[in-house]
Design a protein around this ligand. Structure first.
Ligand code: ADP
Ligand code: MG
Ligand code: ZN
Length: 481
């Protein structure tokens, strides 16, 4: 039998904080604005410009560190990490090396039937770099510094994860905590959450770690899964051939499903870190720690169990709804108004997830006004909306923020209870389909559905199916006499 290998993974996760302004200047942080419209001498790295620390960044970092059960360094410092790259106009990045704001914590992640603790080595604050755009002109690259100076926290784990599933669970857990704290929207696609994967393999039973590589450029869970699988196999192959693994940084290309070497691994000493002389040490008052501990929100797991106990939701529905804080908030506020947890939950777990997938919208950006949701549920309940029409209204409410009654009116979606019109339509359909009527009279029950469908279509989906069925049976019975 061949040797058995274990994968060992540690993550460095960058999370962009959703403060209004940058970490060391007053520039806005809004995503997707015109290139270089949100810059100033500080974040564009002009000589002599002086950084001023954004208080909110410290509070957000602290809130996250407390949620990750970290020790807080109440005196922390900023250091310069020196390197040249065209997206980094200062030629250094302001980060924290010697005294990060938080360290020595842990995060509990779901694993198998239970949970597992992943130790957090540290959490520190730093500034983001600008962005280079390589393909607009053939012979040059463009630099956009809007992102330069956007606040980041970097969360470094110990090498405690052993599989891609654990890595995804860890990232999901970090994302949920940050979203519940309201400190970041954590979107992998937009780069507001980024993960570098450090991976090594070793023989099962070995007590020492193997040499690791670091993979960057992973911007989806799918890419992370593939990269872990690919790198594990590459390393095992080398070991099986008796070759050494080189400690290096590799770039994963999810299109090619392979990675290539980017550069040999750099060490802290390569960056000539030194304390930033422009920024005084930060002192974190006891009062902030107490206050943020007290203000800690009810996190996803807790809400999920409460939804089961309080509203009788199934475990899977409760989990699905609390996966995203905005959905959980919509759920709770709507249930408070409507009292109908089951129906509210059904629309959230069913149509909401389906629409998000189909239209490619991020679930964390879904919003529904609870009052509108209540109105909508009422219209479904009292039969003014049949299933088909309800889905249309729900979609408009979710995607365009339409008010349900106005939308129903505008698109004439309200179920018709005009029995005169219904009777006439049924009679028309029967007259137009003599063959079906004939077959029905011979006992072919199947054609009944065909007739109902016809009536519904002619009434453009607005009739109540039960009433259509009733009327059809009556008329068919009359014809059979
Ligand atoms: P450096 O400072 O050189 O980047 P660190 O000790 O800070 O190295 O580790 C960086 C990341 O790599 C951490 O997330 C850590 O858990 C992970 N790591 C360290 N050693 C290994 C290993 N042998 N296998 C997998 N991951 C590792
Ligand atoms: Mg490191
Ligand atoms: Zn600025």
């Amino acid at each position: 039998m061949g040797k058995q290998y274990e994968t060992v993974i540690g993550l460095e996760v960058h999370i962009e904080l959703s403060t209004k302004t940058k970490i060391f200047c007053g520039c806005a942080t809004t995503f997707g604005k015109g290139a270089n419209t949100q810059i100033c001498p500080v974040c564009a790295g002009m000589p002599g410009a002086l950084p001023v620390l954004n208080r909110q960044v410290v509070r957000y970092a602290l809130a996250m560190g407390l949620a990750l059960n970290c020790h807080v360094n109440q005196l922390c410092k900023f250091d310069r990490k020196n390197y040249f790259y065209p997206d980094n106009p200062q030629n250094y990045q302001i980060s924290q090396l010697y005294l990060p704001i938080c360290q020595d914590g842990y995060l509990e992640i779901p694993a198998g039937a239970g949970t597992k603790k992943v130790r957090i080595h540290e959490l520190h604050m730093e500034e983001d770099a600008g962005k280079l755009i390589h393909d607009e002109w053939a012979d040059c690259s463009l630099a956009d510094f809007n992102r330069s100076g956007v606040p980041l926290i970097e969360i470094v784990s110990e090498p405690d994860m052993r599989s891609a599933d654990e890595v995804i669970a860890y990232l999901e857990q970090l994302r949920k905590i940050a979203q519940y704290l309201g400190i970041s929207d954590c979107r992998l696609q937009e780069g507001s959450m980024r993960a570098d994967v450090n991976l090594s393999v070793r023989e099962v039973g070995s007590s020492v770690f193997g040499t690791r590589t670091e993979m960057k450029n992973l911007n989806s869970f799918k890419a992370i899964m593939h990269a872990i699988e690919g790198e594990r196999e590459r390393q095992i192959e080398l070991l099986e051939e008796g070759k050494a693994i080189i400690q290096e940084t590799r770039r994963w290309d999810d299109n090619k499903e392979s990675s290539r070497s980017m550069r040999s691994k750099e060490d802290a000493k390569d960056y000539r870190y030194f304390p930033d002389p422009d920024l005084p040490p930060v002192h974190i008052p006891d009062a902030w720690i107490t206050e943020l501990r007290e203000k800690q929100p009810e996190f996803a797991e807790h809400r999920a169990s409460r939804y089961q106990a309080e509203f009788g939701l199934s475990e899977s529905d409760a989990r699905q709804i609390t996966e995203y804080k905005n959905l959980a908030d919509i759920f709770e506020k709507t249930v408070k108004l409507s009292g109908n947890a089951r129906k509210t939950a059904n629309w959230l777990t069913g149509e909401t997830f389906r629409l998000a997938r189909e239209k490619g919208i991020a679930l964390e950006s879904v919003s529904i006004i609870p009052k509108d949701f209540l109105t909508f549920l009422g219209e479904v309940e009292n039969g003014n909306l049949n299933n088909q029409a309800a889905k249309k209204v729900f979609e408009a409410m979710l995607l365009e923020g339409c008010e349900p009654l106005a939308y129903m009116q505008e698109h004439q979606l309200k179920t018709v209870r005009d029995t005169g019109l219904l009777e006439k339509t049924v009679q028309d359909v029967l007259a137009q389909n003599p063959k079906a009527v004939e077959e029905f009279s011979q006992g072919k029950e199947k054609v009944f559905g065909f007739l109902v469908g016809n009536v519904m279509r002619q009434m453009r989906g607005k009739a109540a199916p039960d009433e259509v069925g009733k009327m059809l049976r009556e008329k068919l019975a009359e014809l059979a006499k």
